[in-house]
Design a protein around this ligand. Structure first.
Ligand code: TA6
Length: 297
């Protein structure tokens, strides 16, 4: 659907569809509480900020904005697998949902004056190379106000079980990675994916090297304490028993073409995930909801 048709059908108070980076179709949501931008490509939340606040989500200045390519930053939707495909490394990392073109199905204002957008993906919308799996329906609902709510609804529309892992892979903007602390994982078990070791988090989480931890059964809220930006970002999850915390640090940043060499200083990922033992299986007709709610305290 072109921008004129999108604006005619779904545009309105606080919501308009514009041509964004790479000429991607982007929904701009603006209301008295906050602002957010969502690309239809990948149903990708690209930015969010409460009114009067600095951007909460991080975006690489080297991100791709192109068909078939994932956007580096914001909130990638990782589905139907998290990380590398379990059997075929040639398949795209973190699944095909974030490199597919989603359809707008609803948009408007919420009862409290926020804005919402709903996007849908089914197997017909998936790039040809990645079709052939179980039938499914994904609905992503984004609500932007003073907080940002992102809810991924996964439905098994087929006749066999639908198995998947997933994540809402949120990138947060921070003043300096070496100065932040993340509270909320104290005493929680994790898998360190860098060496496949297991451990228990001692105290708040701090950063002085590449960090890629999957907390396997942790609480539903954590806080990013940022002394440089003088703020505390809350990250709440539901429909997820595991959270992923990632910063690539120097060497991995240099290996990623869509990630500036020095950009690791200004970001951290805290992801609502269904990964490892929290991967899910839906019976025919079954539904799962994976959600994250982000705010500034
Ligand atoms: O969520 C952490 C992680 O799985 C890291 O291992 C790293 O690969 C990151 O995701 C980014 O993955 P991407 O495929 O977007 O480069």
């Amino acid at each position: 659907m072109d921008l004129t048709a999108l604006n005619n059908e779904f545009g309105g108070e606080g919501i308009r569809f514009v041509s964004g980076p790479g000429n991607l179709a982007v929904a701009e949501m603006t209301n008295e509480h906050g602002h957010a931008e969502i690309a239809l490509h990948g149903a990708h939340v690209m930015s969010f900020a409460p009114v009067g606040a600095a951007p909460v989500l991080w975006m690489s200045r080297q991100s791709w904005f192109a068909p078939g390519k994932p956007i580096r930053g914001g909130i990638p939707v990782c589905w139907p697998w998290f990380g590398a495909h379990p059997n075929d490394p040639a398949l795209p990392g973190h699944g095909f949902a974030r490199i597919s073109e989603w359809q707008v199905v609803a948009a408007g204002t919420t009862r409290t004056g926020g804005s919402f957008l709903e996007l849908r993906l089914t197997e017909e919308d998936v790039p040809e190379a990645y079709r052939g799996g179980q039938p499914f329906e994904l609905l992503l609902r984004v609500e932007a106000a003073a907080t940002l709510r992102v809810a991924l609804r996964i439905k098994n529309t087929g006749m066999d079980k639908l198995e998947f892992s997933a994540a809402l892979h949120s990138y947060f903007s921070v003043g300096e990675i070496g100065n932040i602390k993340i509270a909320g994982f104290e005493g929680k078990c994790y898998l360190d994916t860098l060496d496949n070791s297991r451990g228990v988090q001692q105290g708040t989480l701090t950063f002085d090297a590449e960090t890629d931890l999957i907390f396997t059964d942790c609480g539903s809220v954590c806080h990013i304490e940022d002394p440089d930006l003088e703020r505390r970002i809350s990250v709440a999850r539901s429909g997820s028993r595991c959270a992923v915390v990632w910063n690539p640090w120097i060497e991995k940043s240099r290996r990623m073409p869509d990630f500036g060499d020095d950009e690791y200083h200004s970001m951290v990922c805290v992801e609502a995930a269904n990964a490892l033992d929290d991967a899910r299986s839906l019976a025919p007709g079954g539904v799962h909801l994976l959600e994250t709610v982000i705010g500034i305290a």
